[in-house]
Design a protein around this ligand. Structure first.
Ligand code: SAH
Length: 405
């Protein structure tokens, strides 16, 4: 045992001068910062991280196959990573949601937001009486069964569904996996958000099935919709549209490329007592193409447009193209709105900062030749907290803007 060794965990040694982010409790250690990984440490195992002199810095889990070779779990040398550790961290995340004002009365919420709840790689949503888990890393994948049992016990939910079908798993050397991890398996559940009821397809819906990160923004945008005709582009199952109708919108149009999503959107309209024929229209189509067609035909008649596209920038190489995509849909939407019209526009690409996004909307307004005022800046809902040590956790940004002339 070296003079510095404080535990039985194998110790990963950093290169000289690379310890600052670790000391500041950033949870990621990239391969370039590492001088040596002991051969006996298996991928997925718990390791200590020490500085170039062998002094303890932090403790986390290892995966040589990932660019992020260690994700950190604790900075306390006296804290072992055992069953009690996972229980404490999970309970702390649950305790936060239990008192979070924003989610009260809602049965769709994020319970564990990975690094931002100090549980790197682990994402868990609650949807009604079921939990949906995403294992983003090898170490979490290896422990998912015990985590599922722990979660069932702590929440009293009826089942845990795995939806580990995210692209990022490839970077960890993992393939996509989904299915029932523990307890019962319903195909569909109903969740409640502000008194509105939504059907969610747990096994086949997108991501974890419901976008609870937009809850706060659905409330904010709905407040502009009374008496208005609303286009909900990238609608998924129509959550923004239901909030808009409940707030007095005269008509909503859901537009999405997924027929399955729009089928649920139509069911959701009926389920909440709205008339899908008189108060709404559901259009299957590509937003880029449909907006271009409407623009060419001068055919659109909307007072409010919502643009909530999927993540366009999956990695740094895709950012330029993503920015062109954001600019194009926003340019078209601004052209389609009358003076006084309102655009609620979002980007969930973490690689596109709020600043950059606002510049893109500026560029779109210039190209559309419209005078535009920012009314509100928006971000992800509070059940998707951002650890201050982990700015990467901030991913969803939005603007409510008004077309003045
Ligand atoms: N606003 C939704 C979430 C949107 S998720 C909510 O509040 O629940 C993004 C949606 O965009 C998905 O439903 C996906 O099917 C759809 N989509 C992706 N690319 C598209 C495109 N080019 N045209 C239309 N819809 C698209």
């Amino acid at each position: 045992m070296s003079r510095h060794q404080v535990s039985d965990y194998p110790a990963v040694r950093l290169k000289a001068g690379r310890e600052k982010p670790v000391r500041q409790q950033h949870p990621w250690i990239f391969s370039g910062a590492i001088a040596a990984i002991p051969a006996e440490a298996a991928d997925g195992a718990i390791v200590d991280v020490c500085d170039a002199h062998g002094a303890f810095l932090a403790r986390g889990y290892l995966n040589r196959r990932s660019q992020i070779q260690v994700r950190l779990l604790t900075w306390d040398a006296a804290e072992p990573i055992d069953a009690a550790f996972w229980r404490r961290r999970v309970q702390a995340a649950l305790d936060l949601r239990a008192v979070l004002p924003e989610v009260q009365g809602c049965t769709a919420l994020r319970l564990i937001n990975a690094e931002n709840d100090f549980l790197p790689g682990l994402t868990v949503d609650r949807l009604g009486d079921f939990l949906v888990m995403q294992a983003g890393t090898l170490a979490i994948d290896q422990r998912k069964q015990e985590l599922a049992s722990l979660l069932l016990g702590l929440t009293g939910c009826r089942g845990v569904i795995e939806r580990s079908d995210m692209a990022v798993r490839k970077l960890e050397g993992l393939s996509a996996q989904s299915g029932v991890l523990a307890g019962a398996s319903p195909a569909r559940v109903e969740v409640v958000e502000d008194g509105l009821v939504f059907a969610v397809d747990l096994l086949h819906g997108q991501k974890t099935g419901f976008y609870s990160d937009q809850r706060a923004n659905r409330r904010r945008v709905a407040a502009y919709c009374a008496g208005k005709r609303v286009l909900n582009a990238f609608s998924y199952t129509g959550a923004f549209a239901l909030h808009a109708l409940r707030s007095g919108a005269t008509h909503v149009t859901n537009l999405d490329s997924s027929l399955d999503a729009l089928t649920l959107a139509e069911a959701n309209l009926r389920r909440n007592g709205f008339d899908p024929d008189r108060q709404a229209e559901n259009i299957v189509g590509d937003v880029f193409q449909v907006l271009r067609d409407w623009d060419a035909a001068g055919a659109a008649d909307f007072d409010v447009i919502i643009l909530d596209p999927p993540k366009f920038a999956q990695n740094q190489a895709a950012v330029e193209r993503a920015l062109r995509g954001y600019k194009e849909i926003n340019r078209l939407a601004l052209r389609l709105l009358p003076p006084g019209g309102v655009l609620a526009t979002f980007s969930c690409s973490g690689l596109v900062s709020a600043d950059l996004f606002q510049k893109v909307i500026f560029g779109a307004a210039v190209d559309a030749n419209r005078a535009v005022q920012v009314l509100e800046t928006l971000r992800q809902s509070a059940d998707h907290p951002v650890a201050l040590t982990f700015p990467e956790g901030e991913y969803l940004k939005g603007l409510i803007v008004r077309v003045a002339t």
